[in-house]
Design a protein around this ligand. Structure first.
Ligand code: TYD
Length: 197
């Protein structure tokens, strides 16, 4: 078996983390060697960002931190893929473009600048699944979890969703209708992953 790099993207409350865990479980139960990982990571830079998200930090500095976290993460991802593991990654470069290019406090970061920053620190995923869902529905899930992070307001998330759909076209993501039963979504996603194994 050769390694695979699979990415899951989506707005907050799209269900990607739960889906990632379910896919992990399914592949492990079939004896596959799988690693599950996420961004922001839980390493030094990722931990700093997770604190930074609730504290005050400039948008440019924050974007550079997301990218720095990714640069370290990509080296680890490449080592796993080269060791023939299946890597399931919850968020990758598209998150930075989709989120950081949306105006926050009256200014937005430039789409092309964000893409250029990411280019040298990313590895091309074998598949990127975009979990697409109506923002009213995803925000209900977020509110039910009691989360209220900096990016979790409805107008912001609407723009993030539009950005993701634009990125999906540009980078050939697989768009998955996330407003369905988890088992149904997992079945569809697993089918596509297995075609690549
Ligand atoms: P999230 O996937 O919600 O992590 P967790 O569920 O573990 O808290 O990510 C945290 C937030 O960070 C989310 O609102 C999206 C945002 N984010 C960006 O704005 N840019 C990025 O590059 C990444 C990776 C995440």
């Amino acid at each position: 078996m050769t390694g695979l790099f699979i990415v899951f993207e989506g707005i907050d409350g799209s269900g990607k983390t739960t889906l990632c865990e379910k896919i992990h479980e399914a592949l492990v139960s079939e004896g596959k060697k799988v690693v599950i990982t996420q961004e922001p990571t839980h390493d030094e830079i990722g931990t700093f960002i997770r604190d930074g998200i609730v504290k005050d930090i400039s948008q440019k500095a924050e974007a550079l931190l997301f990218v720095a976290d990714r640069a370290v993460h990509t080296d680890r991802i490449s080592a796993w893929v080269d060791a023939n593991l299946i890597v399931l990654c919850d968020r990758y470069f598209a998150s930075t473009i989709a989120y950081q290019s949306v105006p926050l406090n009256d200014s937005a970061l430039d789409w092309d600048w964000l893409l250029a920053l990411n280019k040298p620190v990313t590895r091309k995923p074998d598949i990127t699944f975009l979990l697409d869902i109506d923002v009213d529905k995803s925000m209900k899930r977020v509110h039910a979890r009691g989360e209220k992070g900096k990016f979790e307001n409805i107008e912001y998330q609407r723009n993030v969703r539009l950005n993701y759909l634009k990125l999906a076209k540009q980078f050939d993501f697989t768009i998955v209708n996330a407003d369905r039963d988890l088992d149904e979504i997992a079945k569809e996603v697993l089918k596509e992953i297995k075609e690549k194994i």
